[in-house]
Design a protein around this ligand. Sequence first.
Ligand code: FAD
Length: 445
Amino acid sequence: MTQAIASPAVHDLIGIGFGPSNLALAIALQEREKAQGKLDVLFLDKQADYRWHGNTLVTQSELQISFLKDLVTLRNPTSPYSFVNYLKAHDRLVDFINLGTFYPCRMEYNDYLRWVAGQFQAQARYGEDVLAIEPVLQQQHVEALRVISRDASGEQHVRTTRSVVVSAGGTPRVPPAFEALKDDGRVFHHSQYLARMAQQPCVEGKAMRIAIIGGGQSAAEAFIDLNDSFPSVQVDMILRGSALKPADDSPFVNEVFSPAFTDLVFQQVGAERERLVAEYQNTNYSVVDLDLIERIYGIFYRQKVSGIARQAFRTLTVVEKATASALGIELVLRNNANGQTSVSHYDAVILATGYERQMHRELLSPLQAYMGDFEVARDYRIVTDERCKAGIYIQGFSQASHGLSDTLLSVLPIRADEIAASLYVHDRHRGKGRSVQDLLLATAS
Ligand SMILES: Cc1cc2nc3c(=O)[nH]c(=O)nc-3n(C[C@H](O)[C@H](O)[C@H](O)COP(=O)(O)OP(=O)(O)OC[C@H]3O[C@@H](n4cnc5c(N)ncnc54)[C@H](O)[C@@H]3O)c2cc1C
């Protein structure tokens, strides 16, 4: 077995994942440093370096939220970490203004996030996959947490911290019909799009038949990219619904993504919370930006004009079975409108089937005995019994209690500061410094 590298330090906070959520938290904590003292904070991310959904950054993808909802502006428009300051630093402010848009391309937004992350390099460790978060016990109390990670060379690291914030994002959802094909190089989730497409024969102009499963934003982006970038590819877009539906981003509805709406959702009791979240699903789930829908419609219309039906749009269709065969990936497709099944073969299948939000349950399972069913307080701290003194926070896993903005960029600066405030209270309450030696002894045992 590989020897674990145990770090002697006891951190105040370890953040799991260094995506936009924890990056916003790093900034919020830095802002409080002067007045409240510096916390010892470390962020671990399994990626080799900072990338924001890096394999999905096709040229035409755009941010689906105003750039003014960057990492800081909602809380502190004077912060040096704003998107506007990034533009200024890169000598593109005037040009961006000339573009006349609130929605930069996602490649640029990724670059903005990388630019900010680069300024927090000292607090970040990349290439470390966190495997588990365990209790550090002292007289039956969870006084701290042990964070176990594995680096790219397979080495395990063990670190101790008073609090964790799990901000590990979504996990690609693979429908049951494709489970057995997860390791077949021809079937891949949209989260791997660019890396996997770079290995396909169509890159060299060879003919390919590709299926896209799904009818949301990712499916639409993949469709446009395949259509525009790979003339040798014939695409079947296969979706359960009867049409691509537009994302509702009208102004009154957009208020559900305001910080005030988080309070509103949180204050409701169970059934009403569920209703509020369900009512606005069409702002984010299984929907597509209207301009992309119009582009896709235009592609199919031009096919009708030319009489050359290159791409196909298969609505009301579900995949009943998927198998690997000599002819390619064989899909048994059922048309829900007429009940008929058909068989098609593809050289590649792209699963634009969304994401699950379960990672926190997996990572925190060694602490299950101290928490109920992951109930989260308003400050994003998981409710634990009195035996747990360590702070366990989550970001991006509280849609059910905090509303639809929780998995998005919408309220990052506000949420980050709420967690930062809570961390300082928590730290002070526990008498920072007093129990460090004890913790180290407990860690060593
Ligand atoms: C393709 C795509 C486009 C999107 N576009 C928008 C948009 O335009 N607007 C919007 O509001 N929202 C958008 N979203 C929603 C998205 O969730 C947020 O934009 C944002 O990424 C959330 O930030 P996060 O830090 O919570 O999670 P993530 O950005 O997912 O970051 C999580 C980080 O945790 C790391 N990680 C995961 N597990 C581990 C582990 N075990 N150990 C160590 N590190 C780990 C990952 O490597 C990753 O860097 C998009 C999502 C996708 C998939």
